[in-house]
Write a protein that binds this ligand. Structure first.
Ligand SMILES: C[S@@+](CC[C@H](N)C(=O)[O-])C[C@H]1O[C@@H](n2cnc3c(N)ncnc32)[C@H](O)[C@@H]1O
Length: 239
């Protein structure tokens, strides 16, 4: 039976953390001490400590993907005063978590998800799987999925009533690109409405670029208990 599945974020990072942990635990058993010349170094506690840290980080990332991200998505959606008529954009929608969450708040509005479907960023990342989630969640008629890169979208100026994005912008690896993405968000957002940005790094860069565009920016908070790496949310309003 097909089930709703919102995927695992950064699956290779989780796999590598677990592999490193296994290698370090293994080497602590096989080579508890290390000899160079006449010196004996006890590496047991170092291996155990680093191995446990890697395993813990891997497990926390998995817990976020399986439990925490649903709470975080609700937290982001609660920041909007929904009327039900909004045209919403979820940037880097992946398997559709925020796009579908927003669609559930709509009556006559539309929730649009854009992505470049990078499989390193999210497991089984594809428009087909996302559409299947929307169908299973009963919101297929209120969503639209597009292959678009946030660096240059085909949307008109002042098009969206709400822009949302979670864990996407840091995947743009150069600062100029991230700045361009913030400019694009500003361009496609209607005046007087809100963009909610959530990410685990570069938050100050985003804030600065939105302020440079003349937006009003407020930090909502950093959430240490149910997100990993801890995610920070900012709210930017176009003036
Ligand atoms: C870690 S996933 C998060 C998915 C979803 N937002 C969530 O919270 O479950 C990051 C997503 O951003 C997408 N992405 C990365 N760079 C992008 C870009 N320049 N434009 C649009 N999407 C992008 C990836 O393909 C991936 O689906």
């Amino acid at each position: 039976m097909t089930k709703i599945d919102y995927g695992v974020d950064a699956p290779k990072v989780i796999r590598n953390l677990c592999l490193i942990a296994v290698i370090l635990f293994g080497s602590s058993v096989v080579f508890p001490v290390f000899r160079i010349g006449g010196i004996t170094i006890n590496v047991l506690s170092f291996d155990l400590c680093c191995g446990s840290t890697c395993l813990l980080f891997g497990l926390l990332m998995l817990m976020y993907a399986k439990i925490g991200k649903f709470k975080h998505c609700d937290r982001m959606l609660k920041l909007i005063n929904w009327t039900g008529n909004e045209t919403v954009l979820d940037i880097g929608t992946g398997r559709g978590l925020l796009m579908i969450g927003a669609a559930k708040k709509l009556s006559s509005g539309k929730s649009v998800g854009i992505d470049i479907w990078n499989k390193e960023d999210l497991s089984n990342n594809s428009a087909v799987k996302t559409m299947l989630n929307a169908e299973l969640e009963g919101v297929k008629d209120r969503i639209e999925i597009k292959d678009e890169n946030i660096l240059h979208t085909n949307f008109e100026d002042n098009f969206f009533d709400v822009v949302l994005t979670n864990l996407c912008l840091h995947n743009i690896y150069n600062k100029e690109g991230r700045m361009q993405a913030c400019k694009e968000i500003h361009r496609i957002l209607k005046p007087q409405v809100i963009a909610i940005i959530s990410d685990f790094k570069h938050i100050n860069e985003y804030k600065k670029e939105f302020l440079n565009s003349g937006m009003t920016v407020a930090k909502i908070g950093t959430f240490y208990f149910d997100t990993f790496p801890p995610l920070t949310i900012i709210k930017a309003v176009k003036n």
